[in-house]
Design a protein around this ligand. Structure first.
Ligand SMILES: Cc1cc2nc3c(=O)[nH]c(=O)nc-3n(C[C@H](O)[C@H](O)[C@H](O)COP(=O)(O)O)c2cc1C
Length: 182
């Protein structure tokens, strides 16, 4: 069984998480809420879950606080991937997630950035309606690639790219299309 944890302020990340779920039919779909942190006992094991997805927006080049608090308590899991939606400046959000996961004996196997529509008033207003439509079309294709990668347990580490991973190129490297990990 797959599991997708998501947090979404205005719906972009929920849309992305739902598209990934469409391609992972048996996936459990769980919103990250404040209560969830309390309900997830430290002893709960995620080892019998085939994949754990984390889908969330970028806030000031970082994951939202709620998401960071959640992943800091993540029990050991077999395969974890992250998908961050953003306007146009993701920063090193995936690196931040990975650094936090490492504190819990976990590690990202893959991470993806999906630029969509910005809901942040301090960023320039996003795009025309046509450009927005295009961004969502592109994003939908990407969610299909992500789901395929998840099914194949694609891992960036299989690419001997550990040094790139550590130095912050992780965002680029993990943003590879389907089947590029073999
Ligand atoms: C407080 C706040 C900070 C944000 N910071 C960034 C940022 O640093 N870089 C970026 O590209 N987008 C940023 N955004 C835009 C969101 O990441 C983007 O719109 C995202 O897709 C929203 O997802 P959601 O609808 O699931 O909440 C920010 C949005 C908010 C509300």
């Amino acid at each position: 069984m797959h599991r997708i944890y998501y947090f979404s302020g205005t719906g972009n990340s929920l849309w992305v998480a739902d598209k990934i779920r469409e391609n992972l039919p048996d996936a459990e779909f769980i919103p990250i809420t404040k209560d969830l942190q309390i309900e997830l006992p430290e002893s709960e094991t995620l080892q019998n879950i085939e994949s754990v997805g984390l889908v969330f927006p970028v806030y000031m080049s970082k994951p939202p606080r709620l998401v960071l608090d959640f992943i800091r308590k993540m029990p050991k899991a077999k395969y974890i991937y992250a998908v961050a939606t953003c306007g146009m400046m993701p920063g090193k959000v995936l690196k931040t997630v990975n650094n936090q996961l490492r504190k819990t004996e976990n590690e990202l196997s893959a991470g993806y950035i999906i630029p969509l529509v910005t809901n942040f008033i301090f960023l320039p207003k996003t795009k025309s309606d046509k450009a927005i439509e295009k961004a969502f079309q592109k994003a939908e294709l990407k969610t299909q690639s992500i789901a395929e990668n998840v099914k194949n347990h694609f891992s960036i580490r299989q690419r001997n790219a550990e040094s790139l991973f550590r130095s912050g190129f992780f965002d680029l490297q993990s943003d590879l299309p389907q089947n590029s990990g073999s």
